[in-house]
Design a protein around this ligand. Sequence first.
Ligand code: AP5
Length: 251
Amino acid sequence: MGDVQLQHGNDRATWLDGSAVPCSLGSGHPTRVWRLVLLGAPGVGKGTQAEMLCTRLMACHLSTGDIFRAAKNACGCEPTAAMKSALEYMRRGDLVPDATVLDIVRERVGCLRCGGGFLLDGFPRTVAQADTLAGILLKEKIALDAVIDYRLPIDEIVSRLSGRRTCSACKAVFHVTGRPPRKSGVCDHCGGMLVQREDDRPEAVRVRMEAYERSTAPLTAFYKRLGVLVPVNADGSPEQVFERTLVALKA
Ligand code: AP5
């Protein structure tokens, strides 16, 4: 998998590749450890904020979408049948079945135990996933500090998705107008080629939005009941949203 293992200072190899790959994060963890979940519709800016938050809070960015994309791009080995089926769901914009996602997360439970903390992005996405996560955390005696719920009107979300470009090598995220690279089509971080994600096609975006409304939106009530929901307005520049998130976390 090589090129997606290290991203902006976080060692995500164990998360992306599964438990067989040892994590190279050693000691030297921050004094304040953060354990967060990012919620919000597709394209609201979770991945962008995750990059910035992980650098600032020194927590690891754990994205389930990145696991699937990494498996798809892994060279030299054929994906398993379960992974092939997951990639087909993803291509259409549908949610991958809970059983597959939960198997993948259970294999990586060591990342949740990590002393450096974590930032879950794209998981949980259904009430069944949230229930399972709650069970895992209870068993591990780990508490979530907050579940950040990014909110933005749908027309702005669609514009963010249609302009998104992702580095084919290091997976850094740009936007053709909102967060343009210094050189068009080329990643600022590693010089890789910027590409459009397959599930950012209009027909897949429609399916993703429906899946979000049906399956993921109910999680706001779930986490509100637990007293950890932190709503954040995702309008404005990435830096403005980042500052707003830090203020909300401090509060
Ligand atoms: P996943 O990878 O999790 O995608 P997603 O939730 O659809 O979220 P996105 O990555 O599309 O958007 P984002 O909110 O991270 O926005 P970004 O920061 O890139 O999941 C993909 C698929 O995998 C799912 O559809 C499903 O099939 C499967 N899957 C994954 N997890 C699963 C699970 N738990 N259960 C079942 N299935 C699962 O920003 C978007 C664009 O906007 C970028 O171009 C960015 O530069 C730009 N932007 C960001 N912030 C701003 C801003 N403030 N101003 C202007 N532009 C901005």
